[in-house]
Design a protein around this ligand. Structure first.
Ligand code: SF4
Length: 542
């Protein structure tokens, strides 16, 4: 039975002696039929920034007969000690069901560490209780995790979680029966039982779907993006940049209506410590006139906002969008040109315009008084020194321009990481030595001129080695967890077990069956990857 008014379960004033958290759901664990542990496999402040956590937490806790409590890791190294739930300080063993969401593949080691230290076996074959996994890190390719989790949810929280929990309540005393039953759901992958395809389930109309009006906050600890009400204005993306994993996972593009956004903001900001500050979540912005109307509404009503990474398009350039962003208190524009080389741009299917055009747009942002943060990708296998030099020269120009105008520039440098369901699954990642070499050149040329923020290459390799893996990695991940969870220990373990990393560096053979083919992630996703791969070959053969 669903409760009509969740308010009666929520403390609007935190009990400072027990917790510094705000908006926590309180239930009596003795009065529910099942206790669910939601294990966030990363640190507390990262968990606070996750809208998905609020979504799962409040959605599941709407079910009267269960109490979902949260766990997180205290450190990313070593061994977690005696994990306890945030709500009732209960040990992991006291729970009937475990749920976790993986956003970043290497976080699986934190989950395994937490399970082990809580006395729960990380391998499904050794465990009586059920572990359900979901999230972007497992949806496209659950295979690396399939000896750990019993159930994979290939879909969005709002239209999957309640159905799953209700099935659990019905069959919770019989694991085998539950797994058989749940494997009938089209969006669920049960390694033991699923035959055939699994089709991702997604919300058709965001306006009609659940939204967490209350969100957990902490009086002392700020989330990564600062305090404020987390607001997802749209989901998915209209574009198909060839390297982009997220756009595949969240297809198709959907927007919340202006009316619904206003309603959510008005209600949500009443329960937020950040008051009238809104943290906007969106993969694609600006994407419509309605989004601009929404920013106007925020300005007119005295809100401040944190704006996500932006796409430089006509709406960005030809409307009062930037004025609104400024009035909302944002001082830095984040955008991702990825590369300034026209040749590489054509293979990324993102911006396709000469370096001078792209530069003039970035200069325009600086002229409007903003600091600039740009994201760049390097390391496509066909990227030559001249392409890298084009990007470096362009960054130098923009650095000089911003310095002359007293604005700051920071550049995040990411190696190209091949992901399932993108054309790079057939291409693979460049060798680590080559990537290190390119990174060294960027550092030599740009270090000291700008704030350069390169992504760690070892962790990029780890992420790729998990995300593209054709085999279950549970046993290795347990070793990794026991050996301290560091980057070098994972690489040592791969060597110790003679894991052939050709799937990482060479990719899969085009036309062969892929390990994740049974997962249908979204409309057209597989077709787009094939078409882009064929187009890429044409471009490269010219
Ligand atoms: S990189 Fe950005 S614009 Fe391109 S597909 Fe991904 S989310 Fe969309």
């Amino acid at each position: 039975m669903l409760i009509k008014d969740i308010d009666r379960y929520i403390l609007t004033r935190p009990d400072v002696r027990e917790s510094l958290e705000y908006n926590v759901v309180r239930k009596n664990p003795l009065r529910v039929s099942s206790r669910i542990a939601f294990i966030y496999p990363s640190l507390y402040d990262v968990m606070l920034s996750s809208l998905a956590v609020d979504m799962i937490y409040f959605l599941v806790n709407e079910i009267e007969d269960v109490y979902l409590e949260r766990f997180h890791v205290r450190s990313l190294k070593g061994y977690e000690k005696d994990p306890r739930s945030l709500e009732t300080r209960s040990p992991l063993k006291d729970f009937d069901l475990y749920i976790s969401s993986i956003h970043y593949e290497p976080d699986i080691v934190n989950l395994v560490n937490l399970l082990e230290s809580g006395g729960i076996h990380p391998l499904r074959r050794e465990r009586k209780k059920i572990l359900i996994l979901g999230g972007p890190g497992v949806m496209a390719n659950p295979i690396p995790f399939e000896d750990i989790a019993d159930v994979f949810v290939i879909g969005e929280i709002e239209n999957t979680m309640k159905e799953i929990i209700e099935l659990f309540l019905e069959y919770k005393d019989d694991k085998k029966r539950f797994l058989e039953k749940i494997s009938d759901l089209s969006y669920v992958y049960v390694p033991e039982y699923t035959e055939g395809f699994v089709k991702r389930s997604y919300v058709k109309d965001l306006d009609e779907s659940f939204y967490p009006i209350r969100q957990i906050e902490n009086i002392e600890i700020e989330p990564v993006y600062g305090r404020g009400f987390k607001l997802e204005i749209s989901r998915g993306c209209k574009h198909w940049c060839s390297f982009c994993f997220e756009s595949r996972l969240f297809q198709p593009y959907r927007e919340r209506s202006l009316q619904r956004l206003k309603e959510i903001v008005e209600k949500g900001s009443r329960y937020t410590l950040g008051g009238k500050r809104i943290i906007i979540y969106s993969l694609l912005m600006p994407a419509s006139i309605d989004q601009i109307r929404f920013l106007e509404y925020l300005v007119e009503n005295g809100y401040k906002a944190s704006i996500p990474s932006l796409r430089i398009n006509d709406l960005f350039l030809n409307t009062d969008f930037l004025d609104l962003v400024s009035l909302l208190g944002q001082r830095t524009i984040v955008t991702a040109p990825e590369t300034f080389s026209l040749k590489i741009q054509k293979t990324y299917f993102k911006y396709i315009e000469p370096e001078t055009h792209l530069l003039s747009k970035l200069m325009y942002i600086i002229d409007r008084g903003f600091d600039l943060k740009i994201y760049m990708i390097y390391g496509a296998k066909w990227e030559k020194m001249e392409d890298i030099k084009t990007s470096i020269d362009a960054i130098k120009k923009i650095a000089r321009y911003s310095k002359e105008r007293g604005r700051s520039l920071s550049v995040s440098l990411n190696p190209l990481m091949p992901r399932p369901k993108t054309l790079f699954q057939w291409i693979g990642m460049r060798e680590l030595d080559q990537l290190k070499n390119i990174l060294r050149i960027f550092r030599e040329e740009l270090g000291g001129i700008i704030d350069l923020r390169p992504l760690d290459l070892e962790w990029s390799l780890i992420q790729t080695s998990i995300s593209l893996s054709p085999r279950p990695l549970g046993e290795l991940i347990i070793e990794w967890s026991r050996e301290g969870r560091g980057a070098s220990s994972w690489i040592r373990i791969l060597k110790r077990h003679n894991i052939d990393l050709r799937y990482v560096f060479e990719g899969y053979k085009y036309g062969d069956v892929l390990p994740w083919d049974r997962i249908i992630i979204g409309e057209n996703v597989e077709e787009v990857a094939k078409k882009q791969y064929e187009t890429l070959n044409m471009i490269l053969s010219r």
